[in-house]
Structures are given as C-alpha cells and as structure tokens.
Write a protein that binds this ligand. Sequence first.
Ligand SMILES: Nc1ncnc2c1ncn2[C@@H]1O[C@H](COP(=O)(O)OP(=O)(O)OP(=O)(O)O)[C@@H](O)[C@H]1O
Length: 332
Amino acid sequence: MSTTQTDDLETLEALEDRARRRPDEFGHNALIACDNLVRIYQSEGIEVQALQGLDLLIEAGEEVAIIGASGSGKSTLLSVLSGLDVPTAGRVRVGPWDLMAMTARQRVAYRRSMVGFVWQQTARNLVPYLDAAQNVELPLALAGVGRRQRAARAVELLDMLGVGYCAARRPSQMSGGEQQRVAIGVALAASPQVLFADEPTGQLDTATSVEVLQSLRAVNRELGVTVVVVTHDPSVSEHVQRTVSIRDGRTSSEVLRRTHTDEHGSESVVAEEYAVLDRAGRVQLPREYREVLELSDRVRLALESSHVAVWPDRPRAQPAVPAVPAVTEEQP
Ligand SMILES: Nc1ncnc2c1ncn2[C@@H]1O[C@H](COP(=O)(O)OP(=O)(O)OP(=O)(O)O)[C@@H](O)[C@H]1O
C-alpha cells in the first residue's frame, strides 16, 4: 500500500472520529479548538507554565491575530497548533485532527496537508539555491504532483500574491517583503485549510509589512484559507477582523473589527474590545481598570438587567482634604 493510500485511510478514520464527536463538545463547530491547554516546561529543575489553561476557538474562514508581550506563550501555542509540540494537558483539535493523539506519521500528514507555515526568519521559509517558482513547487514535488500541474500552481500563487515577476529569482535576489510573499505561496502550495504565520513582518519596515499583511488578507478572502498570525506587534490588529490577546499563557481580551454602514450608506470600521469569558466563568480585568479603581483580592458583583457591575470591596479612599481649603484664600 502506498503512503498516500495509508494517509487517506488515516484521514478517513479521523473524519469518522469527528462524526462521532458529541455536539456538546467544547467548540465542536470550530475549525480550531484549544480547550484548557496547559504546557509546562521543566528547565534545570524549574517549572515554567507557558500555557495556563488556554481556551481558544477559531472558526473556519476567520483571519485572526494573536498578540501578546514577550513570554506570554504565543510561540508555545503556535508550536502546539503546528504539531511540533504536545501540550502537558488539555485538548487541541484542528479540523478532524486530534493533536494530542496523533502518531508520528499522522503528524507528518497533518503538517503536509492541513496546515501551512510562514516563519519570521525568511531563510527558514525558502531554499536559498532554488528560485521562487521552484520553492513553491517543492512541497508539491514531495507530494508526487506532476511537473505541469506544479508549474501552473506556482504561477497562479505567485501572481495572486503580487510577486509573479520574482518567479525566476532566488531569495538573495528579492527584498524581504517579496521573500515573505513567496513564502506565503510555498505555505499554500498544498492547499492547506489553515495558514499559520509567526511574526511574518518582524524583520520588515512598516510599508513592506503592510504589503505582506495585505497578501495574507487576500489569501483569507480569495482562497477562504483560515489565517492565524502570531505577533507581538499590536498594529497588526488594524489589518485583521479579530485580535486575541494572550497574557500569562491565557487568552485575556479580544478586539473585533466590523464594517459599519450608517443610514447614509457611508462605511466606517468599528473596533470593539471584549474581555474573554472562559468556560469556568472567569474574566480577566485589564490592569488599568484594576489600578484606577483599586480593585484587588475581592470585588463585589451586582447583576443588573443588562450587565454585571464590578465594585471595589471597600469604598475608595478619598483624596485627603486640605487643612485650609483653597477657596478660603480667595475670600476677602
Ligand atoms: N523550551 C523551553 N524551556 C523552558 N522554558 C521555555 C521554553 N520555551 C519557552 N519557555 C518559557 O515559556 C514562557 C512562554 O514562552 P513563549 O516563547 O511561548 O512566549 P512568546 O509569547 O512567544 O515570547 P516571544 O514573543 O519572546 O517569542 C516564557 O516564560 C519562556 O521563557
């Protein structure tokens, strides 16, 4: 039996498993479901909890940025989702693939067929001695796709990404932005359902970054590929519909951007920030809110008809009353 047939069978099993899945399972309708993910690293006897019960659902066709400060757990999450790392606890599923239960062979099939990657380091994305078209064709050649079909796919993808003119150039003959757009083409060659990009604009200037982000948007809109960009750069959120912030190994808040049309037909983009409510009912209050209202340890909650109010445990200390009120100085 050929490898392809074996992989087909494995995929069929995975699909059957999905069909058996209970409809009440967390995120059963989502394409990507992370359920209470924990990843603990042991380093020289010290434990680091990189993911601390992270929940995240991403629907098919979404374009999502995952942002967070250095050390918040972004790369760990991406390693898990890309099948390079296995979490310590929790559940993670991408399409029909249960990433906690894959064999080494299934892991290879998952990485070749279901997901594509663009990394920050341009050198990690492209083979330096192949031209752009050959780079895009390489994953297809490994999958046994015929020469003509490969060449046609490379032309189609490079044109769509606006770098058709780079087809015969090697990476050293292209700018950083061109290389990243070709890298998107390589990642899409095998028609994956999901594209993961790790700091894809990290080594680029602002104008070039915008071009790369526009290419990712085109991939999402024109090909329907689900795009997940991981970055520490908050400005990326201006280019995507949904931004999820990670803090201390957990999702903490989200910004959704929607196009609003007013009664005169003019369109404007509205960005709204939401706190994430996890399955246990926990909400992380932003540090600024906690500091301004001196919220700590314990807060009072009140259920109102349309919202929940959060109050400090004790009345806040009023500013000290000056011994001689300022107003008395102005009196005759
Ligand atoms: N292999 C490892 N061994 C031990 N600790 C690790 C390892 N990888 C990551 N960590 C720790 O886990 C935490 C999360 O790291 P992670 O790389 O996921 O964060 P990040 O948000 O991607 O940061 P950056 O933006 O700097 O890449 C950090 O405290 C980091 O030091």
